[in-house]
Design a protein around this ligand. Structure first.
Ligand code: MTE
Ligand code: QUE
Ligand code: MOS
Length: 798
């Protein structure tokens, strides 16, 4: 970097200049922490050197789903050695509620418990073991109340955490009544545990003036800052959040990282000692919320081609005991209940059902996947009713390019890639040929049945709460030419820091090795939005670009003055700067600018243009653009056991002009497998007392390497810039490919439907566990034998 020792000649500088940059945007630069992830040197909160005198915090949680607390006695806690403090809700100095958007989440239960796993008291002790022993020694007595554990019961009783909401276009009722064909159905969709490898964790150090520095694993630094300040009853400027990286978030650390941080802060405040709280896996699984399970009812009218005439969908999200983000999550389910299809005349009702379980929260797709599973089920149902290939019915209903392109929330779908991407993938995966082969195979194979399905994804990019679509960044250039970069996003493994660094490398035209990104920190970039809605790169990349361009402009202005040239004479490239026909290294330019008293530091800011949404009218343009994907999956099902194996999946996914193809393909593969796990083996089971029985990896089955499709082929759409002015015309990638997993669920149902000549839709709820698949097999066999009996009776002579 330094060129004090070796002065390069003009010819050498010119050659470097001409060679061009290899680590800017569009390059498969490896993840900034890849080596450290592999060697184990990446520092997570639990790896930080511990503070002297630190307390470990442990929460004793409710073992009742719904009860009044009649007595709490913490005196027995103090008999355990090493115990410093045992606190209840009464000891919280500031506000007790840590609800993210609406109140409803007390930091510690206050007279009432509403789920098994709800924190009631917290203990600080010298070791985690002592804290746990002491917490278990407390006396807590309850008077049981009737719990609501079933989403259908909650829906029937209108037991909601928030009001219901409607999206409506046209006259669905009239169209249902006049449609040539009509079907009704219902479906349960399961939840999903985040299973981030690093469980929730915070470590807090009290500082002067009543301040706190909080090291925590969160997607939402500003929210934790605000809630820590509120529970302490101090201003936000007393609290600093430092977040270097998460060991996975997947939405589970958007709101639910706050509770350990706040418990640590309260105990640090009351004792004056540093604190740390890390949830053991079983506690993490029972205390924190998951993806919302949904119950869906539909009524659909269509014609003989399968074209939709009218549709009504009831989407009932199981929110758990409190609102958390369920308002926006059920909204996003409603926004995506069209997926890729023009609904025309539609009424979509979204309900936020309250049950006595942990408060369900953000999870990759944020309700979108549940809405999309519903409409994909409907597409399959229509196809079985008509005896058509489901892909034909899907294509018939795709949004048009110039007409049939208004969504049920009145946004026009522009630049849709559905037709081209479907045609491309259909050809490259040889859909028709394999469809024929599979039909032939199934006709000859009595036990093993193959299934095939090709499903699209259209996912809206932007927070639907429009104000969240903003970001900030901070860039410094030091006098040696090295660059320090901060932005408001958080790194959870998705490669955000790498992409944002590539953007800054591109602007300055310097190698990425010059750029250091450090922890996300609320005193560097304030008022951050959560890193969520897949918009981390879109927002923070643009903010960092803005900061870097501000500094670059100052450098250009300086060179213009100094060298008496015009801005057009100046070009930055590969660590060099050309000033008309003279070359200077970037370092030398920076040094000269410093001596000329030019500021080498800048903030940057970005807000997404064009979007607006009026929720009271349920109309607007909530999404800046859509990301598209297509997946084709082939499975084989054993109809004697219900077990299955993924044989092959082909994926074509749209990321606009990719900022980093290697990272993007990693995101597509990871998201697809996570989506597949949700819809196949990941089943959450509660007992009739509301206790989560699947609270560890022994009983909750996430996909492992052996569950991968035997043949997985992932391609990104080539030569398709995002037509909107996003960061270097890229598209968000974090969530959209999750919903490619729907192809696997539909392929399993396709294999089972073969048992009834593809004319019946098996009732296989999600997840399609082997048990459910077996029930679907039995259902198909029963339907066929009744049909045969009826047919043979009909031909029997009287
Ligand atoms: N990838 C990894 N490795 N780990 C994660 O936790 N979270 C996903 C996705 N990809 C996640 C991930 C979710 S839910 C979102 S919203 C996006 O990353 C957030 O990051 P981005 O906006 O920077 O893509
Ligand atoms: C997608 C998301 C989020 C969202 C909307 C989306 C999200 C999120 C919020 C949200 C909404 C209102 C608030 C708030 C957050 O909305 O992650 O603090 O007041 O947190 O379409 O991912
Ligand atoms: Mo992702 S669910 O928006 O954190």
């Amino acid at each position: 970097m330094s060129n004090h020792s070796i002065q390069k000649s003009q010819a050498e500088l010119a050659e470097l200049f001409r060679a061009g940059l290899t680590t800017g945007v569009g390059r498969s630069v490896k993840h900034e922490s890849a080596d450290k992830h592999v060697s184990g040197e990446a520092v997570y909160v639990d790896d930080r050197l511990e503070f002297p005198n630190q307390l470990h915090v442990y929460a004793r949680t409710s073992d009742r789903a719904h009860a009044r607390i009649t007595r709490i006695d913490t005196t027995p806690c103090y008999a355990i050695p090493g115990v410093a403090i045992a606190i209840t809700s009464k000891d919280v100095p500031g506000q007790l509620d840590i609800g993210a958007v609406a109140p409803g989440d007390p930091l510690l239960a206050d007279g009432l418990v509403e789920f098994v796993g709800q924190p009631v008291i917290a203990v600080g002790a010298d070791t985690l073991e002592n804290a746990r022993k002491a917490a278990m020694a407390a006396i807590i007595e309850y008077e049981d109340l009737e719990p609501v554990l079933d989403v259908e019961e909650a829906l029937r009783k209108k037991h909601f955490v928030l009001e219901s909401h409607q999206h409506r276009i046209g006259d669905s009722q009239a169209k249902l009544d006049t449609a040539p064909r009509r079907l009704q159905g219902k479906l349960h969709i399961g939840g999903q545990e985040h299973f981030y490898l690093e469980t929730q964790i915070s470590s807090v150090m009290p500082t002067e003036d009543g301040g706190m520095i909080v090291y925590t694993s969160t997607q939402n630094a500003t929210e934790v800052q605000k809630l820590v300040a509120e529970v302490l009853g101090v201003a936000m400027h007393k609290v600093v959040i430092d977040m270097r990286r998460m060991g996975g978030g997947f939405g589970g650390k958007e709101t639910q990282a706050a509770s350990p941080a706040c418990l640590c802060a309260v105990i640090a405040h009351l004792t004056g000692r540093p604190t740390k709280m890390r949830l053991p896996r079983m506690e993490d699984m029972s205390m924190t919320g998951k993806r919302h399970p949904f119950y869906v009812e539909y009524d659909v009218g269509f014609d003989d081609n399968g074209l939709l005439h009218g549709i009504q969908i009831e989407l009932a999200g199981n929110c758990g005991y409190s609102p958390d983000l369920s308002g926006s999550i059920v909204d996003r389910a409603m926004f995506h209940s069209d997926n890729a299809y023009f609904l025309g005349n539609a009424t979509i009702n979204g309900h936020r059902c309250k049950t006595n379980t942990a408060s369900n929260t953000a999870y990759r797709g944020f309700g979108g996947p549940q809405g999309m599973v519903a409409i994909e089920q409907i597409m399959d149902h229509i196809a079985r009713n008509l005896g058509k290939d489901p892909l034909e019915v899907r294509k018939t209903n795709y949004y048009g390019k110039t007409d049939r392109n208004i969504t049920h929330y009145y946004q026009t779908v522009e630049h849709n890639l559905l037709d081209e991407m479907t045609a491309d993938l259909e050809a490259s995966c040889e859909y028709s040929k394999r469809r024929e082969e599979i039909r032939a195979y199934n006709a000859k194979s009595p036990v093993l049945k193959k299934g095939l399905s090709m499903t699209p994804v259209k996912f809206g990019i932007s927070f639907t709460a429009s104000f969240l679509n903003q970001a900030g960044a901070l860039v410094h250039i030091y006098t040696d030419g090295s660059i320090h970069l901060n932005h408001g996003g958080t790194e959870m493994g998705q490669g955000l820091n790498t992409k944002v660094a590539q953007v800054v490398a591109e602007v300055f035209q310097v190698d990425i090795s010059r750029i250091q990104i450090t922890a996300t920190n609320t005193d560097k970039v304030p008022n951050t939005s959560p890193t969520a809605a897949s918009s981390g790169t879109d927002l923070n990349g643009k903010a960092a670009q803005n900061a870097a361009e501000t500094i670059k402009q100052r450098l250009v202005d300086f060179l213009v003055r100094e060298h008496k040239v015009t801005p057009e004479d100046i070009e930055f490239r590969n660590g060099q700067v050309r000033i008309r026909d003279e070359f200077m290294s970037f370092d030398a330019v920076v040094q000269q600018a410093y001596f000329a008293q030019v500021s080498l530091s800048s903030t940057g800011f970005y807000r997404t243009p064009k979007i607006y949404y009026d929720r009271s009218k349920a109309a607007g343009r909530p999404f800046y653009y859509f990301a598209y994907g297509m997946a084709c999956s082939e499975v084989i099902v054993d109809t004697l056991t219900g077990e299955y194996k993924m044989l092959r999946t082909d994926i074509l996914h749209d990321v606009g002009a990719s900022l980093n193809p290697a990272i993007d393909i990693g995101q597509v593969e990871g998201a697809f497998v996570q989506g597949m796990g949700w819809l196949t083996t990941e089943e959450l089971v509660w007992n009739n007392k509301g206790k989560l029985m699947t609270s560890g990896p022994a009983s909750y089955k996430i996909p492992a390497i052996a569950d991968m499709p035997l043949d997985l082929r992932v391609k990104l759409v080539e030569n398709r810039k995002n037509p909107e002015d996003t960061v270097f015309h890229s598209k968000a990638v974090g969530e959209p490919p999750f919903m490619l997993g729907i192809a696997v669920w539909c392929a399993i149902k396709d294999a089972v439907a073969s048992l009834a000549d593809y004319r019946e839709q098996p009732d296989i709820d999600a997840p399609a566990t082997p048990e459910r698949v077996l029930w679907g097999v039995e259902q198909m066999r029963k339907l066929r034998s009744t049909a045969k009996a009826v047919a043979s009776e009909a031909v029997e002579p009287a």
